[in-house]
Design a binder for this molecule. Structure first.
Ligand code: CA
Length: 232
């Protein structure tokens, strides 16, 4: 069964090329030309991945994404944007984008990211069928429901924060470099943007460690990070 991709893009030329190229790769492709229609279509549960332009008539792409995520929709989303600064990337990731591509983009790169993201999501849903709960020290991470607890305290995480925590927990008591974290959690080689990792570690610390005497997330100076259990 071929995977179904939704392209939300108001520029006719770009949307048509994307559709042609993606169909050529064997995907089924749907299109929406404004934010409102795109949000409705993306919410239907009929798609495997969304390519989402940021600048859209009606509701912009970031807002579409925000509404999808606040409705609990985990569908993988690749943002298409003309902007290329780290704060915009961070704001997109913070809203729950899984990947980011800057216009004008090379089609091969976009196709590679789409393939990669679909693979990661299929792997994640396979993994969560096998093991439901991940434990690290006082943390309980429910993979299927994506709920996190420290002791009995429920902790709200964004999709990206959750993925990062799962990664650190799966590799608990092992040092991970920023580059490893970036490529394993973000799912592609995002050279030079390892400060994204620092930003997300900071978000995660505020939610996981603040108020607790024992800090789970450790900085390994000059290397990266580690989720460390107290007796490890
Ligand atoms: Ca646009």
């Amino acid at each position: 069964m071929s995977e179904r991709l939704l392209v939300i893009e108001d520029e006719e030329g770009i949307a048509r090329i994307l559709q042609l190229e993606l169909e050529h790769e064997g995907y089924e492709v749907g299109r929406a030309e404004d934010g409102r229609t795109g949000l409705e279509m993306a919410s239907s549960g009929e798609w495997d991945l969304v390519l989402l332009d940021v600048m859209l008539p009606g509701i912009n792409g970031i807002e579409v994404l925000r509404r999808l995520r606040s409705a609990g929709n985990p569908i993988p989303v690749v943002l298409l944007t003309a902007r290329d600064t780290v704060p915009d990337k961070v704001s997109g990731f913070e809203t729950g984008a899984n990947d980011y591509i800057t216009k004008p983009f090379a089609m091969e790169e976009l196709l590679a990211r789409v393939r990669n993201l679909l693979r990661i999501f299929q792997q994640q849903s396979k993994d969560s069928e096998g093991a439901d709960v991940l434990k690290a020290a006082e943390l309980t991470i429910e993979l299927r429901t994506r709920k996190v607890f420290r002791k009995e305290l429920a902790i709200e995480l964004t999709p990206r924060e959750f993925d990062l925590l799962v990664y650190l927990a799966e590799n608990k008591n092992r040092e991970k470099t920023r580059e490893e974290i970036l490529s394993d959690v973000w799912g592609y080689d995002f050279i030079g943007e390892t400060n994204l990792v620092d930003v997300y570690i900071r978000y995660l610390r505020q939610k996981i460690d603040r108020g607790f005497r024992y800090k789970l997330i450790h900085t390994i100076r000059g290397v990266g990070y580690m989720l460390k259990e107290p007796d490890a």
